[in-house]
Structure formats: C-alpha cells, structure tokens
Design a protein around this ligand. Structure first.
Ligand code: GLA
Length: 386
C-alpha cells in the first residue's frame, strides 16, 4: 500500500515517473545498550517498520527532497559540499549526499520522496533508516560502487560529522544487515557479526512507545560518550585497553580507585557489565533459554536506569509494569533512551490483556497513553519492484 501511494504522490510532486523504489527498516536492540561506541557487543534486529523512498534522476541539476511525513522540503543545486540546515529532517539525506560528494561520488540532480511508518525520534533508528536508505538507493541506481559495509560506514560518518551525534555503528549496521527472524550479535570493535535464530514462535515482540519526545537526546547522548572517554582515560593509566568493553568486571573492581568520580565510575560499570550480559544473552538464545534471556533484559534496563541514567519515569513505568505481569518474559528500554521506546517479549496468549492493562496503567501514572506495536524481525535495506 505505501509504495503505491508513494509512487502516485511522486508523480504528482515531480511530474515524472519513479525510476526506483527502496525500503529500509528501523531496528530494535534486544540487549547491549550504549556500548557500541565503547567497542562492545550488541544484539539488534531489523523490524518490519521503516522508511520507503521513491526516486528518479532529473535534468534540472538539483536535489529535490520531500517526505509525506513533513511539510518542510528542500530544493538545492548539485554542489561539491553541503552544510547542515537547522534541525530539519532533510539533513539526513543531505548529509549522505554531502558525504558521498566528499568521497568523490556526485550523482547529478535527483528527485526523492520519502515516507516512513516509524515513530520519529523514538529510539527505533528513524535517522539511520533514512540515511542508509538514501545511500543504498543512490549507490544502487548510479552504481557508485559501495558494498554493504561501505554504506554502514557512510551512514555512521554522516551521523557523526554532518548531524553532530557521536553515535556508534549499531544502527546503520542493523538496518543494513538485518535478517528475517534473526538477531545479530555484532562486535562493534571489529565489526564481526553472527546471526542467531530469533524466531518468535508463540511469543510477541512488542514495541511500547512512551510517546515522550526525547528532545535532550542528542546533547545527553554526547555527554555519555564523553563520560565514557573520561573513564577510559583514567583506566588507561593502569591498564592498556583500546576501549571500555575490553575491561573485565574484575579489572574494573580492581582499579576502582582510579575513577574517583562516582558518576563516571557508574557509567563505566554499566558498560563493562552490559557487555558481559550480551555475551551471556547470546549463549542463552542459542540454547533457546528464553526465560533467562528475559531476565537479562530486566537487568540491562535496571543498569541503564541506575548506573547510566538514561531511562526516566516513562520508560521505567513500562518496564516496572511489564515485570509484574504474568506472561511477560522480559522488557527493557531500547535505543538511546531519554524517552522513546521500550521492548517487551510477551507470550502470545498474554499479550491482549497485557497491552490493555499497560495502556491504562501508563495513562494513569503519566497522563497520556503509550502506543504499542507488535513487530516482526525483518530483512535489511533493499530495493522493491517498481
Ligand atoms: C543510539 C545510537 C546507537 C547506540 C544507541 C544506544 O541509537 O545511534 O549508536 O549508541 O543509541 O545503544
């Protein structure tokens, strides 16, 4: 339905036929939060919600960038470099176009029309979805020569150097390499990745959107990255490690006094222990021990709440409620936090009653409703038949 609507709107806006249609998913992260930029292990999977793009080359020598989700649109001549324009959504495609230009790839003018069904800015990687989608489509259509890993790196560079968020590699990697019914165990230090079967069978993977806008996310996110770097610098006076995830829990305990600031120590502790949790979670998933896997999800959330301080009352309420509901296997926040979404693994039979009760509980406590989606684990970015 979305591609048909988008094709129709494309012709209306640009008075020309589409030349290519593409889709890029969003992602949830099952466990391993805020450790990708510390060289750790993460376990994301791509989901069946994401962003569609219809495109065609034009002869007016411009990039014309529109979305059905936003009123703001951009028309900008083909040039050697671009700068971020305010805080608007089209900076994501513009950033990709800029990074491609820096790398020497300058497709001519292109008309682009996007539509996404991911809630925006809610921790499901709507930004990586648009970035990767743009890079994939331009690369595919104009034969720019990037392989999939090259696209991941391009999207990460865009986020870090054009958008200005010091995010890690997890999101672009997840939406590029996602596979149906598989979770990936990604080592963010060397980018090796193992796909582990994650068929849901009699379970539902629910996304619970707190509907709290995460406005402070970018500045707070960069603050956490800085805090981790401070911890690493202090530990490096005693042990030689390239990143925090190379530190074991025993080592951290042994060199505790090297980090006198309690907040910085707590950040490091979350990182080191979360990395261990992902290791355990990967083993449990292989053994199909989903109950123990769910326990680790709760532990992860608890650590993000108490040690990393990126949750907030909205996400905590969702997880606290879920933990007390029979038939919920595990729940935790997903993504950067500071608002956004939580995920819950729920027995199919228990899901209807759980979701109704959660909506009531949350509205009573927070004052507005959450949104709950059932999601499927899906493939990464690809073209669709035109
Ligand atoms: C955001 C970033 C990721 C990752 C998560 C937290 O989604 O883009 O790189 O750091 O937050 O795990």
């Amino acid at each position: 339905m979305f591609p048909e609507l988008l094709k129709h709107e494309f012709e209306r806006f640009y008075s020309t036929k589409p030349a290519g249609i593409y889709f890029c998913p969003g992602r949830v992260n099952l466990i391993g939060e805020h450790i990708d930029y510390n060289g750790g292990l993460v376990m994301p999977c791509a989901i069946n919600m994401g962003t569609f793009l219809v495109m065609a080359p034009n002869t007016c020598g411009k990039f014309r960038i529109r979305s059905l989700n936003f009123d703001e649109h951009l028309e900008i001549p083909v040039a050697d470099r671009y700068k971020k324009i305010g805080g608007l959504w089209y900076n994501y495609p513009l950033g990709i176009i800029d990074r491609l230009a820096v790398a020497g790839s300058r497709p001519g003018g292109v008309d682009l029309l996007y539509f996404g069904n991911l809630p925006i800015g809610s921790g499901l990687s709507s930004s990586a979805s648009i970035e990767v989608l743009t890079a994939f489509a331009l690369n595919d259509y104009f034969g720019l020569g990037y392989d999939r890993l090259g696209l991941v790196k391009l999207a990460k560079e865009t986020e870090n150097h054009f958008i200005g968020v010091n995010s890690g590699v997890m999101d672009p990697f997840a939406v590029v390499f996602g596979m149906k019914d598989m979770a990936m165990v990604l080592n963010c230090q060397d980018l090796t990745c193992k796909q582990v079967s994650f068929g849901l069978d009699d379970r539902i993977l629910a996304i619970v959107n707190s509907n709290k806008p995460h406005n402070l996310a970018e500045s707070k996110y960069n603050e956490r990255v800085r805090e981790c770097n401070v911890a690493l610098g202090l530990l490096n006076r005693y042990i030689r490690v390239e990143n925090l995830c190379q530190v074991t829990p025993c080592q951290l305990e042994a060199y505790k006094d090297s980090i006198p600031d309690q907040t910085i120590y707590n950040r490091a502790r979350h990182v080191v222990e979360e990395n261990e949790r992902v290791n355990k979670a990967a083993k449990l998933l292989k053994e199909s021990n989903i109950g123990a896997f769910g326990e680790l999800m709760y532990q992860s959330h608890h650590s993000l709440k108490e040690l990393y301080e990126v949750t907030g009352i909205e996400l905590d309420s969702i997880v606290e409620f879920s933990q007390g509901w029979e038939g919920v296997i595990g729940a935790r926040m997903t993504g950067a936090g500071f608002g956004g979404c939580a995920i819950a693994l729920v027995e199919k039979d228990a899901f209807p009653a759980y979701s109704n009760a959660l909506i009531d509980f949350y509205e009573d406590r927070i004052g507005y409703k959450p949104s709950i989606y059932q999601c499927a684990v899906s493939d990464g970015v690809n073209w669709l038949r035109c």
